[in-house]
Write a protein that binds this ligand. Structure first.
Ligand code: PRP
Length: 184
């Protein structure tokens, strides 16, 4: 039996792929303007941010490099544990480099505030955060965001890189998961 992922999400997306792409284009233009001669290192936090990272770098028209980190804060559940563990570190030495952390969603802020602390201690020349989605209702730690995408309500959202139990990341829209999917 084939299973269409769209059967598990509410019919109307919170943001359609077209709305998302328009915002990514705007953010790419802002970064291109601000980093014209800086060759920034774009650092994406796996796994959720891989979709946004791929779109964002293609909306940037100046030289930039990319690298990836994997951290864990949520496990398989839906609530942040408040701890951040480095599962895969960078390959790039960021000392003296202009760093942009690329996140898919800023939720409690715990992950980003820990990462910001860590990058500062590694001596980068400058540090900025770009986040595609922001759930301000859930904030526990303050995070300064230079490039903001879209604000989302405090609902269980999936798609555009965001998962539930590792699924739904490949939905191009940002959708609300039907409660029966995560309560069964
Ligand atoms: C998500 C997201 C951020 C973090 C944000 O990752 O990519 O890293 O949660 O939450 P916070 O602001 O409450 O710290 P997640 O741990 O779900 O892993 P994933 O990217 O592999 O889905």
């Amino acid at each position: 039996m084939s299973h269409n992922l769209y059967e598990d999400v509410k019919e109307t997306p919170i943001y359609t792929k077209e709305e998302i792409q328009a915002v990514v284009a705007r953010m790419g233009a802002e970064i291109s303007r601000d980093y014209a001669d800086k060759n920034p290192v774009m650092i994406s936090v796996l796994r959720g941010a891989f979709v946004f990272m791929a779109d964002l770098v293609r909306a940037i028209t100046v030289p930039c490099e990319i690298d990836f980190m994997a951290v864990s804060s949520y496990g398989a559940g839906t609530e942040s544990s408040g701890r951040v563990r480095i599962l895969k570190d960078l390959d790039t030495n960021v000392e003296g480099r202009h760093v942009i952390i690329v996140e898919d969603v800023l939720d409690s802020g715990v992950t980003l505030s820990k990462l910001i602390e860590m990058f500062k201690s590694r001596g980068c020349a400058s540090l900025a955060v770009a986040t595609m989605f922001d759930k301000p209702d859930r904030r526990k730690a303050h995070v300064e965001v230079a490039y903001n995408g879209l604000v989302i309500p405090n609902e269980f959202v999936v798609g555009y890189g965001l998962d539930y139990a590792e699924k739904y990341r490949n939905l191009p829209d940002l959708c609300v998961l039907k409660p029966e999917v995560y309560t069964k």
